[in-house]
Design a protein around this ligand. Sequence first.
Ligand code: NG6
Ligand code: CA
Length: 518
Amino acid sequence: MQFSNMSRRTFVKSLSMAAMTTAFPLGLGAQGKRLPNIVLMYADDLGYGDVSCYGATKIKTPNIDKLASQGVRFTNAHAPSATCTPSRYSLLTGEYAWRQKGTGIARGDARMIIEPGRSTLPAMLKKAGYTTGVVGKWHLGLGAQGKELNWNGEIKPGPEDIGFDYSFLIPATGDRVPCVYVENNRVVGLDPSDPINVSFGQPIGNEPTGKKNPELLKMHPSHGHDQTIVNGISRIGYMSGGKSARWVDEDMADTITNKAVGFMEENKNKPFFLYFATHDIHVPRVPHSRFAGKSGLGPRGDAILQLDWCVGKLLHTLEQLGLADNTIVMFTSDNGPVVDDGYKDEAVAKLNGHTPSGPLRGGKYSAFDAGTRVPFMIRWPGKIKPGESEALMCQIDLFASFAALTNQKISNNEAPDSLNTFNALVGRDSKGRDHLIEHAGPLSLIQGDWKYIEPNNGPKVNRNVNIELGNDPKPQLYNLREDLGEKNNLAEQQPEKVKQMAEALKKLRDDGRTRPIQ
Ligand code: NG6
Ligand code: CA
């Protein structure tokens, strides 16, 4: 076990040695005790520096902070990729998304990217006896590959074909059509006499667009996002029909939070897994009037307050249902932060000294660490001693780690890149992974303190979003312990290290897997 040969440095600052060595039984299910519920709160585009427990001073996130203070707060935990679709693909399948074509940012009408029947995190937990639900942003495609997608009938395959018992979805993103919810394969509130049509090529129907009718907008695009107008906001893509089913952005957080609460209430007497994927703080940022104008940082800050409220509401529900003690709660984000991601929402003008990336370089889309290093915390009262951990962690490992917890065997061809880091997750191992591949445009390899970014000819900066992408035609090598902000490229000084890491990355890529064959 990793635990036995870990370096007992001062990584886990306030965890006592006693807590790190006290064993509690794995596979509780096998021993006849009720398995703990698992709630995974997955924020969108929330950066390492966006919450006060990670150092933000211009905004307060009391509920997220409380969760962190009651559990382990990780300082070196990563989303698998620097954008949404590949991160979620990897989270659910335990396979690095870059191994498969078609796992980039999905269109609003993309067909399902994860093939039906495939072994996934929810399918594995379902086998272990869990009732599984997904509420919120999906962005992994719906409907059969190669077939027409009809939004007016049964939309299949969907989440239930990869292990979810219940689903309530924002099909893609808040800024992509169709702007409707899909609950258990059907658009919610659809009037059959007003069918939905969606297009990501030619305009469809005769509805106003952001491009032609800017006078109708309550929020204007800064780049892209100038197609069909829904709720006064122009989106990516065209849609017509489905008027009665269209969401109201201001109510979105309440809507999905209520669905998540309902799922927990309904399943309170049996083990459940809830994957709660928020729309916040992705664009368009249109929070409810309870939060609008409250942060002083514009809608982006207000969306952070709203997100924090959602976290509080879910935690409160667990208390009320008497489930808090027997529930593992995690909170993290799908990729790093972006300030202007396509709408003129004052996010840049009102930053007010707030630093969404914290001490890290880059942001969403970037190979620099802010692309993937995100807030990550886990609470399990009585089982996990509160503290802080520097272990190298990745969301891709939840599959193998929870398989270990629930006594599920995973075969060699399942979840090929998911490592069992359960001991690190619960604060008993201060090291976590021995390596990690980060994914933006180029791949990066992290080994110990070192990070190697492979050469890439892409642009250095994405001018629209004003983020350094970490692309460089030359190799980059950083010592993250000494240079967390990746300012000092040591590649020329350390050619041997570069060679070793480039070869290691090549092998991990060519092998098609990173979990050793057993
Ligand atoms: C980009 C969008 C951006 C956002 C992103 C996906 C434009 C110009 N930009 O293409 O606004 O939607 O895709 O974000 O259209 S993610 O968090 O879901 O990956
Ligand atoms: Ca995202």
